[in-house]
Design a protein around this ligand. Structure first.
Ligand code: FAD
Length: 414
């Protein structure tokens, strides 16, 4: 059977991996060359700790406060855009305690499955992609945030995750090279991190050798449909037939769905990151700087810092103040670390695929019998890629899925 995947980001490639392993003939179409896109410059966390969906009570009030500041970690470009309005209304309706209580166990299932399945990639890929399995800090600056983080850690324990709660002195004992200025921290031991660009390159090269066909620099521009099935994929190069079609094109998932007559709620959530090389002193652990929504990823002498969430559509503008804010946040937590202010021209940007309830779309869509979605993972694309890929294979092979899929239904918004 021929399976075609649109999108060669981390979700598309991990899905291709599991389908090929199960014996399918797989084609991946990507309009770029699989070395760009959101899956390359992200923080590389594989984080079971992130089981709370983005839409939570209080986030709208906090978001509105942040909107007032040009250097805050969140921004919505005000504009009259129907997709954004529909997305925003659904987000508002989803940001409830009930939604969080119902969704967290499902996200936890997906994240823990994916964390476990990263071992498949460690075994299969011919080179190391620098997977570092020592945990990730949630570092906080205020006691109020600390209380909230401790409450989350208790929920994490209920899901079987292991944490260590630390005083500022204890955090410092872990960070042997760099001074840390925090009110405390929680180390999530099940989290790990990878060099995400390296992972993508090694996986891409492995999949090519395994016989997966890649149509790169090829844009999907339309579809042939007949009798409730998608029968052909129209690209700017040629037309392809397909038996099963998986849409995995990240933050552009809403745009491509319109070509199928389907309205999928999706907004690109732009984020930035900056890299420092050859550091004499570096962090020992990755960290989320909770009060400032900034993240750090150290690997040996290399460090990436990143963050911000801008809902401003797909435009490749970099807002210097927000990149500087990532650096300034970093300096608040690691004041003595000697890294220069970022060169804005070298900052990386990526578009997180953000759904309005913070849950990805994984499964078959009811409009066409051979149409599946794998996308909308927002800040969890790397964390959940392995599990998503495996679930796609199970659905196509008519196997019972490893975890219940109801919460991820792609047509849940009608
Ligand atoms: C600053 C930042 C930090 C992050 N950190 C983390 C992290 O630590 N851990 C984590 O899990 N996640 C993280 N994320 C999120 C993560 O990067 C995304 O969730 C993930 O990359 C999404 O992968 P994807 O495969 O769905 O989409 P993408 O990687 O965006 O891939 C989609 C692909 O589809 C292709 N495409 C689009 N339209 C078409 C078309 N019409 N025809 C053909 N091809 C098309 C694109 O060229 C692209 O290659 C971060 C994101 C940002 C911005």
């Amino acid at each position: 059977m021929k399976v075609t995947i649109i999108g060669g980001g981390v979700i598309g490639l991990c899905t291709a991996y599991y389908l090929r392993k199960a014996g399918y003939e797989v084609t991946v179409i990507d309009r770029n060359d699989i070395t760009t896109g959101c899956s390359f410059g992200n923080m590389g966390y594989i984080s079971p700790s992130h089981f709370i969906p983005l839409a939570t009570p209080g986030i709208i009030r906090q978001g509105l406060k942040w909107m007032m500041s040009s250097s805050s970690p969140f921004y919505i470009k005000p504009r009259l855009n129907l997709d954004l309005i529909r997305w925003g209304m659904t987000f508002r309706n989803s940001a409830t305690k009930k939604h969080v209580e119902e969704s967290a166990p499902h996200l936890n299932n997906l994240l823990q499955l994916s964390r476990e399945l990263m071992n498949d990639f460690k075994r299969a890929l011919p080179e190391s992609f620098s997977m570092i399995e020592k945990g990730c800090w949630m570092l906080y600056k205020t006691e109020k945030t600390g209380e909230h983080e401790k409450h989350l850690a208790e929920q994490a324990h209920a899901f079987g995750l292991k944490t260590i709660m630390c005083s500022p002195q204890q955090v410092q004992e872990y960070e042997t090279e760099v001074e840390v200025n925090v009110a405390g921290g929680i180390l999530y031991l099940d989290d790990c991190h990878i060099d995400t660009a390296k992972f993508m390159r090694i996986l891409y090269s492995y999949l090519q050798k395994e016989g997966i066909k890649f149509w790169v620099n090829t844009e999907v521009t339309g579809f042939e449909k007949s009798n409730g099935r998608v029968t052909g994929i129209i690209t700017d190069k040629a037309e392809l037939p397909c038996d099963e079609l998986i849409i995995a094109n990240g933050s552009w998932l809403g745009n491509i769905s319109k070509l199928l007559g389907i309205k999928m709620l999706m907004q690109p959530g732009k984020g930035y990151s900056v890299v420092y090389n050859d550091l004499e002193k570096n962090l020992q652990y990755p960290s989320i700087l909770v009060d400032d929504r900034t993240a750090t990823t150290p690997i040996d002498r290399w460090l990436r810092i990143g963050g911000t969430m801008e809902l401003s559509g797909h435009n490749d503008n970099i807002l210097p103040k927000r990149v500087e804010a990532i650096y300034n946040a970093f300096k608040k937590y690691y004041p003595a670390m000697n890294i220069p202010a970022p060169d804005i021209n070298k900052a990386w940007l990526g578009y997180r695929p953000v759904t309005p309830d913070g849950m990805p779309y994984i499964g078959r869509h009811s409009k066409y019998s051979n149409l599946l979605y794998a996308g909308g993972h927002a800040m969890l694309g790397v964390s959940a890629a392995a599990g998503t890929g495996r679930l796609m294979e199970e659905i196509i092979s008519h196997k019972p899925p490893a975890i219940p899929l109801g919460a991820f239904r792609p047509d849940r918004f009608g």
